[in-house]
Design a protein around this ligand. Structure first.
Ligand code: ADP
Length: 619
């Protein structure tokens, strides 16, 4: 690996550890102490056993033996208790860290600029982070695990080297005519054989781990597709389609295919593990025999004590274990870095929107005037303008209808007005000042909006309408009645406190599309903002309910400034002015009567193509 790559990998590990520290400041120190104790504990026994054996075969001093055994037992006990306690503490800290991580990711999604929320790349990024976490805890969580293994590997290798080192000098002072067994050449041969064996073993391990991780990436893709099938089947909307179009086999075949592929990769992983296990076992046995022969010969010739045989063989075995652990940690850290990168990429998604500071003037007279001045816009990452040269002024208290075919840019116009996106060219003004300059939250408070694809949440009806935990019960009720939900409300078991849907509460109620739309309308009215925006607010309503809303429109909107978007022209007649959108441009503007005069205009064309609608309505 190139030096710059190593630097990059180390930097990522460092950044990941900084993130872990932010999520849970105690988890890294406790991990270090735990790993240190975990890896040092076998050496306590190796070291103490060597001293006890020496005492047994030499002086046999009973007092000393008792002291040595006492120290060994006490140390074991202390380390064991510490490890148990720290283990539990670590499990708790890791769990807190995991929860904080989820919170951090969720907070990021909630607070990021809307344009990122609509961006599919951002969704894929979030999904990948989740998948890696689900499958093997890949990412920040796995970084901590590999970091802990790294500490263990380093401590084991370091301690065993310190203990083994003296073996090569042992006895050289005894005999000046150094026998072959104790000669430097023999030592070098031994070390070389040990090194070759260990490196070969590590190489086997490296190949096996690499194969495992590449299989793992494959498994993640199959898992994603499997999850997709599971979600689709669980969704009761697809339940309808699957039954009506008899798509059962399509799903079953797809899922079976995924399960088979999934299993095949697992079979490969198991086969690989068996192969690696056999190779590794063979080399390890050879190495162990070599160690015993070497150390044994030294002991027989009297260069080292019997106790030291225990110490050196134990330490060499630990060295083998430690180097393998170290390799697992290094490969693991390197592979896991791709997931750490995903996590950091996600957190580093920048807020690009300029956030102004200007307070929005509070006006009792609701005199807020909106103007689009030569506004053009294309969605990030796309080439085509969705809105081109839009100029439009909406005077205080006026009602503007925006009509046009699907895809003509009506909703995008509203998204710009609410600053979910900023124009690429031109500007939008509130009372003559660019809306970017206003404090964003204050600016948003000017609007009550019902989007076509509105969303209600699994909270209580009252909380949905008030968009807050606390609400005025009477006010919510009045508004729901105003929005046409009187009858349905009377059937709700807990009135406005009834939970919507059953996600969080078994007593939750299911509501129809039309009812949901009325609740969304009530939410906009509850906000009582000076500017009201209704994007196809009656699309899911039956004609009677729609008529009800229209007839109440004057009452609902009152003196507020209103934007009303619809592709159903009949519903726009009560607006002061109608702007006709076509392919991102305003092609006509005027009152209903004025627009109908232009027989070559888009409005005339749309009106007549929808004539059948009005006949229905007339009926
Ligand atoms: P309307 O409300 O008139 O039906 P929209 O404003 O929703 O039209 O869409 C206008 C155009 O912008 C359409 O061609 C649509 O495909 C495109 N569009 C809408 N949202 C996005 C988005 N998030 N990214 C890219 N293109 C989009």
């Amino acid at each position: 690996m190139k030096k710059s790559n190593i630097k990059k990998e180390i930097r990522l590990i460092k950044l990941g550890l900084i993130e872990i520290h932010k999520l849970q400041p105690w988890v890294i120190p406790v991990t270090i102490i735990h790993s240190f104790l975990q890896s040092i504990s076998p050496f306590i026994n190796i070291y103490m056993s060597s001293m006890i054996v020496d005492q047994l075969v030499s002086a046999r001093n009973v007092d000393r033996l008792i002291i040595l055994v006492g120290i060994t037992i006490s140390l074991n006990l202390v380390v064991h208790l510490l490890l148990k306690g720290l283990g539990h503490l670590l499990a708790l800290l890791r769990s807190i860290m995991g929860q904080n991580q989820d919170m951090r990711l969720n907070e990021k999604i909630i607070s990021m600029d809307y344009q990122h929320v609509e961006n599919s790349e951002v969704h894929v990024l979030r999904t990948k982070i989740q998948e890696a976490e689900n499958m093997n805890g890949g990412g920040i969580y796995a970084l901590l695990s590999y970091f802990s293994i790294l500490i263990e590997g380093l401590v084991i290798v370091g301690t065993s080297i310190v203990l083994i080192k003296e073996m090569f000098y042992a006895g050289s002072a005894i005999d000046s005519s150094v026998s072959l067994i104790n000669s430097p050449i023999f030592n070098i041969i031994f070390i070389s054989l040990l090194a070759i064996g260990t490196i070969y073993n590590l190489k086997l391990k490296q190949d096996s781990e690499r194969k495992f991780f590449s299989s793992f990436n494959q498994v993640m893709v199959y898992n994603r597709i499997g999850m997709f099938y599971a979600e689709q089947i669980m969704d009761y909307n697809s339940g309808k389609e699957i039954r009506l179009y008899n798509q059962k086999d399509l799903y079953i075949n797809g899922m079976t295919d995924m399960v088979n592929r999934f299993n095949k990769v697992f079979e490969e992983i198991v086969a690989e593990n068996i192969k690696y296990g056999a190779g590794n076992g063979f080399i390890s046995s050879l190495l162990s025999s070599l160690v015993y022969v070497f150390v044994g010969l030294k002991a027989i010739l009297g260069y080292i004590s019997v106790g030291n045989v225990v110490k050196y063989t134990g330490s060499i075995n630990q060295f083998k274990r430690g180097s393998s652990t170290l390799l697992t940690a290094i490969i693991g850290l390197k592979t896991n870095n791709q997931y750490v990168q995903l996590y950091l990429d996600f957190l580093n998604i920048e807020g690009e929107k300029y956030k102004g500071t200007l307070p929005v003037e509070k006006r009792d007279d609701d005199e807020y005037e909106i103007e689009f001045r030569n506004v053009s816009f294309k969605y990030p990452g796309t080439e085509e303008y969705v809105l081109k040269n839009i100029s439009l002024k909406l005077n205080i208290g006026e009602r503007l209808a925006i009509v046009g075919m699907n895809g003509s840019g009506k909703t995008t116009f509203i998204k710009l007005l609410c600053r979910l996106y900023d124009p690429d060219e031109g500007e939008i003004l509130l009372n003559g000042i660019d809306i970017k300059k206003y404090d964003y939250d204050e600016y948003l408070n000017l609007f009550s909006i019902v989007f076509q694809d509105f969303k209600l949440f699994s909270f209580s009806l009252g909380q949905n309408v008030a968009a807050s935990v606390e609400y005025d019960e009477k006010e919510v009720e009045d508004i729901l009645i105003k929005a046409g939900l009187k009858e349905r409300l009377s059937t709700m078991p807990k009135g406005v406190h009834t939970p919507l849907y059953k996600d969080f509460d078994e007593d939750g109620v299911e509501i129809s599309g039309g009812e949901a739309q009325k609740i969304a309308l009530a939410r906009a009215l509850y906000r009582d903002a000076p500017i009201i925006i209704l994007d196809e607010p009656t699309a899911a309503l039956d004609p009677i309910a729609e008529f009800e809303i229209y007839s109440k429109f004057n009452e609902i909107v009152g003196t507020k400034t209103a934007f009303y978007i619809s592709h159903r022209l009949s519903s726009c007649r009560f607006c002061d002015e109608i702007a006709v959108f076509h392919e991102g441009r305003i092609v006509q503007k005027g009152s209903h009567e004025e627009l109908l005069q232009d027989v070559n205009g888009k409005y005339y064309e749309l009106w007549h193509s929808q004539a059948q609608y009005y006949n229905e309505e007339a009926v």
